[in-house]
Design a protein around this ligand. Structure first.
Ligand code: MG
Length: 340
């Protein structure tokens, strides 16, 4: 197997603001894994707050030597080798994992959901994120996507978030999910906010408090009228059990958890522990979004709009039809390259 990679900075359609930063592009590295003339695609997307960069991803990928693995179906062996090359580097590891799974599906001529005996026949809406902005711009953004989505997601935990919700409510009744990105610090105040948000047609809250505040999250989850989903508090498989008593669900993202192999294990563990499953993404191309969407039949919530937030997607894959995730029947992760 031959691994190649190149930096591919993603251009964002709108400047993106969360409670801790604002940006207009996202560093990204595209990966190809070739075996017997068949190519699997992978991707590492690096939003700045996760601590990876184009340099750190390329340094990691330069160390990867897959020549000892003659058989691309040796998933456990190959990905265990990748995971043990260095600590951290989750996005770089995810890039190899996605490319390997895409390659496997293509070699076997089947989509991954089919190889995993999962269905493509499900009704799961994805949210579409409306970034923080002035009331007028927010209203315009909502009008632009009206009719295309069944749920919207907004970022809260910043000054002016009530005005944002009220502005949205002047133009649409769509259910909202909210992501505080650890933006609240006092659990009692967070509960007041969540009760107000519930009265405004919000249906779920992501990561209300700082990630290490597990006891406070448990207090909040026990009292919240809305499900509370862990994002920053839960990155990898080992975190699922640790946070299980403190949240209603877990947001699984390939760039956090090193890829599809571990994401599947996290789903299994989360279901065993009675947690709801959310599938999320970074700003990323149709490559990583289509990869995680292979698991969509297992999810309660999906926030898979990363590819829609960029203007230079080199792939075409999973589609959103009438607000719902639609998988195609192409082998592997179900993408094709549309530009270099
Ligand atoms: Mg989040």
């Amino acid at each position: 197997m031959k691994l190649s990679f190149r930096p591919y900075p993603l251009q964002l359609r709108h400047t993106f603001t969360v409670s801790i930063c604002s940006r207009s592009s996202t560093p990204d590295v595209l990966v190809e894994l070739e075996h017997d003339g068949v190519v699997g695609y992978g991707e590492a997307s690096m939003p700045p707050y996760l601590g990876e960069s184009i340099e750190s991803v390329c340094t990691f990928l330069q160390q990867v030597d897959l020549t000892p693995f003659a058989d691309p179906m040796q998933t456990e062996e190959i990905l265990s080798y990748i995971d043990h090359l260095a600590s951290g580097n989750c996005a770089a590891k995810a890039a190899v994992d996605i490319a390997l799974h895409d390659l496997q599906g293509k070699l076997l001529g089947r989509p991954l959901y089919d190889l995993w005996e999962l269905s493509a026949d499900f009704q799961l809406p994805t949210t579409y994120t409306i970034g923080i902005d002035t009331a007028e711009v927010v209203k315009q953004k909502v009008r632009e996507v009206e009719g295309r989505f069944r749920r919207l997601k907004i970022k809260v935990g910043v000054p002016g978030d009530h005005e944002l919700v009220q502005a949205i409510r002047t133009v649409t009744d769509l259910p909202l999910t909210v992501d505080a990105n650890q933006g609240w610090t006092d659990p009692k105040k967070a509960l007041d906010e969540i009760e107000w948000l519930a009265s405004q047609g919000c249906i779920m809250v992501e990561q209300p408090l700082p990630k290490q505040q597990l006891r406070e999250h448990a207090w909040l989850t026990a009292r919240s009228p809305l499900p509370i989903v862990a994002d920053e508090s839960a990155q990898r498989l080992a975190d699922v059990q640790r946070i299980a008593d403190c949240f209603s669900g877990i947001n699984i993202k390939l760039m956090k958890c090193t890829g599809l192999h571990e994401a599947r294990q996290m789903i299994q563990e989360a279901k065993r522990l009675g947690l709801k499953i959310m599938l999320g993404c970074m700003t990323e191309t149709s490559c990583a979004v289509s990869a995680v969407a292979q698991l969509a039949s297992q999810a309660d919530f999906a926030d898979l709009d990363g590819n829609l937030l960029i203007s230079n997607d080199p792939f075409e894959g999973m589609q959103i039809v009438d607000g719902y995730i639609r998988l195609n029947s192409h082998p592997g992760i179900g993408i094709r390259k549309i530009k270099n």
